[in-house]
Design a protein around this ligand. Structure first.
Ligand SMILES: NC(=O)c1ccc[n+]([C@@H]2O[C@H](COP(=O)([O-])OP(=O)(O)OC[C@H]3O[C@@H](n4cnc5c(N)ncnc54)[C@H](OP(=O)(O)O)[C@@H]3O)[C@@H](O)[C@H]2O)c1
Length: 292
């Protein structure tokens, strides 16, 4: 049994999966706190019957060396302040949340009680607890916060099988913006492709069959070659005629589509030049056609 005592506040997907994994790795799980008996019952059946559960978080946090606040983002600060106000934190403890968008500084009330604060964000999207238990061990964990807490969290993440990615607290918004672009905007771009197929009468099922192998192949190329070498297509080739044709065709569609095409092409020109397959001069010509 490892010496570190861990308490988890927030019995949802991430909290329950972490409770399961910490227990499995031999950590002392002090308990799991949640807002209602229903979610706690469900969580304890997934973690194992011996886990202590409570709706009063300060009952378990005071005993722990490491407190994970895994509530929904909007509740983290309020939950932290509530525990702090009831004497649930102590000096030397580490208090962590798992949000990707919020900085560790929202845990200031714990810091005011002498705790070291940090955030520990698994850079993944988990559909449910079972999925999270499977994926967390191979996830990247973004870490930021008190420099004294980072080595301890690094060790913990590695113990789970994850890979730590430490950043400065001030860099968190840019870190999260990058994650949103890679995850959410990829969805938006694929959605745009579906809409363009729809415009020429290709139904969604056929669009999926046609487009998803292309998306998967592209992701595979990025994985093996990196984003610059993975770029193919008319901009990488400097094919001005094809780009003119796209712009002409897009004119009759939803005006947002041509705006997105223009803006994304603008950055794509930079990639083509970096790749070495597009000359700076041809790149300028493309930017002129795009009107950007
Ligand atoms: N899911 C993901 O893909 C993912 C990935 C990386 C990071 N994260 C981060 O991990 C954290 C948890 O996300 P999640 O997906 O596990 O959310 P979730 O499944 O919605 O769980 C959130 C839990 O917080 C509990 N809660 C809400 N208010 C509370 C309060 N005042 N006191 C105690 N418990 C409270 C909820 O309890 P009730 O159900 O009883 O209301 C719920 O069980 C968030 O910061 C999220 O951004 C999530």
């Amino acid at each position: 049994m490892k010496a570190t005592k861990i308490a988890i506040v927030g019995a949802g997907v991430v909290g329950t999966a972490l409770a399961y994994l910490f227990k499995e790795k031999g950590y002392q799980l002090v308990g799991l706190a949640g807002s209602g008996e229903e979610s706690l019952k469900k969580a304890s059946s997934l973690v194992g019957s011996k886990v202590r559960t409570t709706t009063v978080p300060e009952e378990i946090t005071a005993e722990a060396d490491l407190v994970f606040i895994t509530t929904s983002d909007s509740a983290i600060q309020e939950v932290c302040d509530g525990i702090a106000g009831k004497g649930g934190f102590r000096p030397g403890q580490i208090v962590v949340h798992t949000s990707g968008s919020l900085p560790s500084t929202i845990l200031k009330s714990a810091q005011d009680r002498g705790a070291l604060i940090a955030s520990c964000h698994p850079l993944q999207s988990f559909a449910d607890v079972k999925e999270a238990v499977k994926i967390i061990p191979s996830s990247i964990f973004n870490l930021e916060g008190d420099p004294k807490a980072i080595p301890i969290l690094t060790e913990l993440v590695e113990e789970l099988g994850g890979k730590p990615l430490p950043i400065d607290t001030r860099e968190k918004p840019l870190y999260h913006a990058a994650a949103v672009v890679a995850c959410n905007f990829l969805v938006t771009l694929v959605y745009l492709s579906y809409r363009l197929f729809e415009a020429i009468g290709i139904p969604q099922d056929d669009a999926s069959q046609a487009l998803l192998p292309l998306v998967k192949g592209t992701v595979n190329n990025i994985e093996h070659l990196g984003p610059v070498k993975a770029l193919t297509g008319p901009i990488a080739r400097g094919d001005v005629g094809v780009i003119k044709g796209h712009m002409e065709a897009l004119k009759t569609e939803d005006p947002r589509f041509i705006d997105i095409y223009r803006m994304i092409s603008r950055l794509t020109v930079e990639i083509g030049i970096k790749k070495g397959t597009l000359s700076a001069e041809r790149g300028k010509e493309i930017l002129h056609i795009l009107g950007v």
